[in-house]
Design a protein around this ligand. Structure first.
Ligand code: CDP
Length: 313
């Protein structure tokens, strides 16, 4: 009984924290948003000097020469860069010395359903999407179709495409809607995922798919983790949404977020929402989603980035 009452107190405390974040978000969101250039420049230069996303976010032949070691960010394992592995790395970093004007980062939240935000998202100069989220089937009106970068967690190759051990065409066909965007693969978080990630790349090459696969650099993830920790975020693993948002903050003058709402009810009308706009698979426990959202809300209220929680015109 004592233990039960302890658990329920913990649950109650958590619920209370979530309610506070939602309440704060709705209140903060109702204020008029204005970009605050000073705050934005300060965060961007801080982030750039600590994490060097424009040179380090992606593994290249420059930052990982033959003979160097890749240290996984989810375990202590390492992998030596062989000439064969090196040959599939991108030559130069696609973002070095680049600044883009407006970027849209599209999270996968159910809040996008019926948002009519597709056109607004697609009007951004650079559109980042997460985890090969679907774009067809009528979703386009609400999430858009333009994609410049899309991430892939290798668990997708394993769970949806049989680890690419069998027929590979369905995988290649599923990539068609992303055109020639960059496919950013988290291949070096856990060693168990590396082989399937390599098979994904060989499949893309063999089928001559126009998508351009690249690897997320685990060293960048480690420095991002430390950076956000220094800003008060306590969590074990950063979510894909926070990783892509961090990259956008270095790369783009104006960062707009859509589909970020890790709660099960709509902020305005409180009707129930699915976790993703395309399914209701629950979030992984390793992410501290309300805490991450609290951080994003803080950046929104400081005029550093703009969160979109409402429907688009
Ligand atoms: O890889 P991960 O499980 O973090 O991501 P996902 O479920 O595919 O969603 C992509 C990103 O959208 C997440 O990392 C979150 O940042 C964001 N998201 C959100 O804010 N609210 C939701 N209900 C679902 C996703």
């Amino acid at each position: 009984v004592k233990q039960n009452s302890k658990i329920s107190k913990k649950k109650k405390d958590n619920l209370q924290k979530v309610m506070e974040v939602i309440h704060k978000a709705v209140e903060c969101y109702s204020q008029t948003w204005k970009k605050q250039e000073d705050n934005y420049q300060k965060l961007r230069s801080n982030l750039s000097s600590k994490c060097h996303g424009l040179e380090e976010a992606i593994i290249t032949q420059n930052n990982k020469p033959v003979g160097s070691e890749i240290v996984y960010d989810g375990s202590k394992k390492t992998l030596k860069v062989t000439p064969e592995l090196f040959s599939i790395f991108m030559k130069d970093h696609p973002f070095s010395n680049k600044t883009l004007d407006t970027c849209a980062v599209v999270g996968n939240g159910g809040i996008l359903i019926n948002s009519s935000c597709g056109e607004t998202i697609d009007s951004a100069q650079f559109v980042i999407r997460c985890n090969l989220a679907p774009l067809g089937n009528g979703y386009e009106k609400h999430v858009g179709t333009k994609t410049d970068l899309v991430t892939a967690n290798p668990s997708i190759f394993i769970n949806k495409f049989g680890a690419l051990n069998g027929r590979r065409r369905p995988f290649v066909e599923s990539l068609r809607s992303y055109g020639n965007s960059l496919l950013l693969i988290h291949a070096f978080s856990f060693s168990a995922y590396t082989a399937a990630s390599l098979r994904a790349i060989y499949t893309i090459e063999d089928f001559e798919s126009p998508i351009r696969p690249v690897f997320l650099n685990p060293e960048y993830l480690k420095s991002l983790h430390l950076f956000w920790r220094s800003q008060g975020l306590r969590e074990n693993r950063l979510s894909t949404g926070l990783i892509t948002t961090s990259l956008a903050l270095e790369l783009c003058n104006n960062v707009h977020l859509y589909g970020f709402w890790p709660f099960s009810n709509h902020p305005h009308d409180l009707y129930p929402l699915t976790n993703h706009y395309y399914d209701d698979i629950k979030p992984k426990k390793v992410h501290a989603m309300p805490a991450e959202f609290d951080l994003l809300m803080r950046l929104h209220s400081q005029g550093i980035l703009r969160l979109h929680l409402g429907d688009c015109p």
